[in-house]
Ligand binder design. Structure first.
Ligand code: F6R
Length: 270
């Protein structure tokens, strides 16, 4: 069961969100990560059962591991059929060899595509190889592919500690589209654990833009643990703007932030 501490988290300055034309971001706090994950996985399962050819926007990263494991469990134990969904991942590093264990495609293969038996012909990533030589064409092609599929039904998002969504680092505009950019120092530091050494972490990536994300019909943002508490607070109550790109989610009509109590620890009781 989800504890809905406050269905609508308050803006720091009270009700100024309405005046600025921005809705508040709904924050749902679950008692544990597993409860949050079960809720979000159930929403995805309900969508796919109702619409087997749903278009899903997917994220990678530690936050998603347990969620994908739950989807795999639903596939194995409860017959959830993901073979007809189309997926678009948010981003991909530049400069890694195809098949490198640190590519986001490898991550998705391991955690979801292979164990949940997705149709690989329906899985999409921005083309990081092409992006290295022709970033504009690679970016345009990805935007076109998402549009041709009919847009994203449900977009999953994690939160970078600096407020990035996808790899829309601080400075990213609300109007930004798929593009190649350099990764923030903090983002590269956070990826060091996966790569082993900071020097091995790519310096650039291709990511869908903030505007691309905001066009998804529904957005589910997940954040877990104490280390995300500050960015959760800033996302929900800080000034909306490029300094913390996740704040732009407050302009989305159907976005929900799912957090555990640790990630919500700075949010409530203020
Ligand atoms: C990953 C992505 C990133 C992550 C974010 C959180 O595809 O786009 O925005 O969602 O960096 O990463 P974790 O979950 O590892 O804390």
């Amino acid at each position: 069961m989800t504890i809905q501490e406050s269905s609508r988290a308050r803006s720091a300055e009270g009700d100024d969100s309405a005046a600025s034309g921005l809705g508040a971001l709904e924050a749902v706090v679950g008692p544990t990560r597993s409860v949050v994950v079960a809720d979000v996985a159930q929403e995805i399962a309900d969508l796919v059962r109702e619409r087997p050819e749903a278009i899903l926007g997917l994220a990678t990263g530690g936050t998603m591991v347990e969620l994908y494991a739950e989807l795999v469990r639903l596939h194995r134990d409860e017959g959830l059929d993901l073979s007809r969904v189309t997926t678009f991942n948010l981003d991909e590093y530049l400069g890694l060899d195809e098949g490198d264990a640190n590519t986001f495609r490898s991550f998705m293969e391991e955690h979801l595509f292979e164990p949940a038996e997705l149709d690989r012909a329906r899985t999409n990533f921005p083309d990081s190889t092409r992006a290295a030589t022709d970033p504009l064409a690679a970016s345009r092609e990805y935007e076109d592919a998402i549009a041709a599929a009919g847009g994203i039904d449900l977009q999953l998002l994690g939160l970078g500690r600096n407020g990035h969504i996808g790899f829309n680092e601080p400075g990213s505009l609300r109007e930004s589209r798929t593009r190649v950019l350099t990764l923030a120092a903090r983002t590269r530091e956070d990826a060091t654990g996966t790569f082993g050494a900071l020097a091995d972490v790519p310096t650039a990536a291709i990511t869908v833009g903030v505007a691309t994300i905001l066009e998804a019909r529904r957005v589910c943002i997940l954040a877990f643990g104490e280390r995300k508490a500050e960015v959760v607070l800033r996302t929900v109550t800080g000034d909306v703007g490029p300094e913390v790109p996740s704040t732009f989610l407050r302009g989305h009509a159907d976005a929900v932030l799912h957090v555990d109590t640790a990630a919500a620890s700075q949010l409530f009781g203020r």
